[in-house]
Design a protein around this ligand. Structure first.
Ligand SMILES: Cc1ncc(COP(=O)(O)O)c(C=O)c1O
Length: 359
């Protein structure tokens, strides 16, 4: 049962633990777009429920065509998965790296996938003195004996995005040293101003870019993600040998149309700009909170209290936040909260005021 405690979003378990109904809990622990899925998509899915009565196209031609078109790349350079998570595990299974460098704290599934294939993992710890930023220090940790480096940009849980020049430098170093660079851009859609590393795909076949569609489009239960790489040989091997039909017919249909919901994209950017500004402004009033200015749709902070029990204290007010105690390199004083609707954000601020005895 321990697995459920490793991620945010486990409302049921937490509600049970605190004697609450799940519907009485506002979930700030999973970073999902609060606008919900695009209205047009919901309609389309309902209208096409009968697609579940047939097998989906085993090659997902239309889906891959759309993904490739969206990224202006060849279809041989893109592969879809049952959420980004499936692709992390497939990648590890087919690359079979012997030695990996993991930047920590970060998303825990890289470690689970690599451990499963017997990979030896070296940790590169982001440190508080450097405000958990990826700095040039990482360049000194790269060596030719590494098979791969995992980077999450923006990082989960810190919400920080490395400097673009440094990212390019890391990519070039990895290329020279024969290190495969796995970059998780699952939250990058929330940052329209930030350039993806996709532009480097044509000239770096050691680069693997992971994208999730479950956060930005609010589809965590539908499951859809993809990977981009010009290592066409690896992607072809995965295509040929993976289990069939892991992407359900409705998720595939969603992926064929998602990028066309331009109004939804803009509404999301508008919501995030407003609510990120609002929530950061409000959280700044709490002396006991040290904020790390985020680049994406969630906020990472430290509760300046060695005995911190903020998650439990907020659960008493029906607010679930993500404790970061189980991330490597962090402890129970670190937390992550999703940025939600104004009404929900106000509930969080009001609960924090009660916990900190503000007014
Ligand atoms: C950084 C990161 N990558 C990937 C995933 C997995 O996304 P998906 O729902 O597409 O499997 C998550 C989920 O929380 C995540 O935080």
């Amino acid at each position: 049962m321990a697995i459920s405690g490793q991620h945010g979003g486990n409302v049921l378990q937490m509600a049970n633990q605190f004697g609450l109904a799940p519907s009485d809990v506002i979930d700030f622990s999973a970073n999902i777009n609060p606008l919900g899925m695009p209205g047009g998509l919901k309609h389309l899915l309902v209208e096409n429920l009968s697609r579940l009565e047939q097998y989906p196209d085993i090659d997902y031609h239309l889906l891959h065509r759309q993904l490739a078109r969206h990224h202006q790349c060849s279809q041989s350079h893109v592969i879809a998965g049952n959420g980004a998570t499936e692709l992390i595990f497939l990648w590890a299974q087919y690359v079979k790296p012997q030695k990996a460098l993991l930047v920590e704290p970060s998303f825990g599934e890289y470690r689970r996938a690599l451990t499963r294939v017997g990979c030896k993992i070296t940790n590169y710890l982001l440190c508080e003195e450097e405000e958990f930023r990826v700095t040039k220090r990482i360049l000194t940790a790269l060596s030719p004996d590494l098979d791969c480096l995992f980077l999450c940009t923006p990082n989960n849980p810190t919400g920080l995005q490395p400097d673009p020049d440094l990212l390019t430098e890391i990519l070039n170093r990895c290329d020279v040293m024969g290190i495969k660079l796995f970059v998780d851009e699952s939250f990058l859609d929330f940052m329209p101003e930030t350039k993806s590393l996709c532009r480097y795909l044509p000239c770096h076949d050691n680069l693997y870019i992971l994208r999730s569609l479950t956060k930005f489009y609010a589809l965590p239960g539908l499951r859809l993600g993809y990977m981009l790489s010009s290592d066409a040989e690896l992607l072809q091997q995965i295509r040929e040998q993976r289990e069939p039909w892991t992407i359900n017919a409705l998720a595939a249909l969603a992926g064929e149309v998602l990028f066309d919901f331009i109004t939804y994209h803009q509404a999301t950017y508008n919501w995030l700009f407003k609510e990120q500004t609002y929530l950061l402004g409000e959280l700044q009033q709490f002396e006991k909170i040290k904020l790390y200015k985020p680049s994406a749709n969630y906020i990472f902070f430290k509760h300046l209290d060695n005995q911190s029990a903020l998650q439990s204290q907020l659960m008493k007010h029906g607010i679930l936040i993500r404790s970061c105690a189980n991330y490597l390199g962090l402890d129970k004083s670190f937390y992550r909260v999703a940025i939600k609707s104004r009404a929900d954000n106000e509930r969080l601020v009001s609960a924090l005021k009660k916990v900190f005895n503000h007014g």
